[in-house]
Design a binder for this molecule. Sequence first.
Ligand code: CAA
Length: 376
Amino acid sequence: MNLQFTEEQLMVQDMVRDFAQSEITPFIEKMEEGEFPREILKKMGDLGLMGMTTPEELGGAGMDFTSYILAINELSKVSPVVAVILAVHTSVGTNPILYFGTDEQKKKYIPKLARGEYLGAFCLTEAEAGSDAASIRTRAVKSADNYVLNGSKVFITNGGEAEVNIVFASTNPEKGARGISAFIVEKDTPGFIVGKNEEKMGLHGSKTVQITFENMKIPASQLLGEENHGFKIAMANLDVGRIGIAAQALGIAEAALDASIEYAKQRVQFGKPIAQQQGVGFKLADMATMVEAAKLLVYKATDLNNRGKDCSKEASMAKLLASRAAVQVTTEAIQVFGGYGYTKDYPVERYFRDAKITEIYEGTSEIQRIVISKNL
Ligand code: CAA
């Protein structure tokens, strides 16, 4: 495994770090109040960040996967909200079209997605089909040259904001996972109804909505890949997507660790900085060890995918460990800050609220264990 990043990758990392600190930090308060960061996404589009791994001939920046993961990680240290918007847009909003789309579909959607003119979303989850994704009930029925979709999705990240939606629906309900198809659905299609935006514990500013399809007619040309082969499209893109969420979780943990070290070095109690009190020093040691272990797994999975190798197991391991690290390190960070950590005067309470979801979305920790154990 190569943990030596190239000069180009390090340049991308520096550029994203600077961008996050100068452009995103001032916007955090607005996002905490629920504002979706459209302006920031526009700037990210101008910098090529909305199509980092998209080939240049399709309007992207043509960078490698490692650069993309470094970018997600840097963004997450400042704003896990912006990071998840980008991660969903890229790995499950754009890549399904890039990898499974026809030339026509690619030409129509990819350049706009890569430039950030379009935002992408992934509509899989339903009220009764979360972890058991194959049990979705949204139906797509073919009639002449169209499909008519009926059903409802929940917890759709970027939903309602995204112009392009990768929608999964059953075309053959008797066949379960083997009867699911994927479709490219534009937001302004009649019958595409955006519902409630969830009020979440964290990730304020990221949209999480319900979407209903009511007799929504789409041309048959919007089918992505082959009919009844959609579940594999979902799974394959989630495999890689999970590395992005792992990098997000790692970024949250790193930010909480850095803030804790800085605070512990200057906060004096019993006549010396609390970092020099064993109770706190040991806590910081455990936090740093968790972060380092998560980092190794995240970049191992990243490296495998970067070299075109199968990374399903490692991606799930990275997400499982990094999300645990994020939850544990942010919890301990509040403890290091004491009462101040429980207030909004310091960022650790936000890190704590933002961390928890990384153990849930793009497959819960329990689902990651299923994927890992199946691969053993
Ligand atoms: N790649 C390609 N194909 C795969 C695959 C993979 N990683 N995993 C499974 N498949 C294929 C199988 O080969 C099988 O195909 P065949 O029948 O032709 O052999 C088919 O898919 C069904 O496989 P399983 O029987 O293993 O499927 P399952 O019903 O047992 O489910 C699961 C497997 C891993 C539990 C899956 O349901 C799963 O990942 N659940 C979690 C769902 C999830 O992650 N949702 C996230 C929503 S998106 C999101 O959260 C974004 C956001 O907001 C940030």
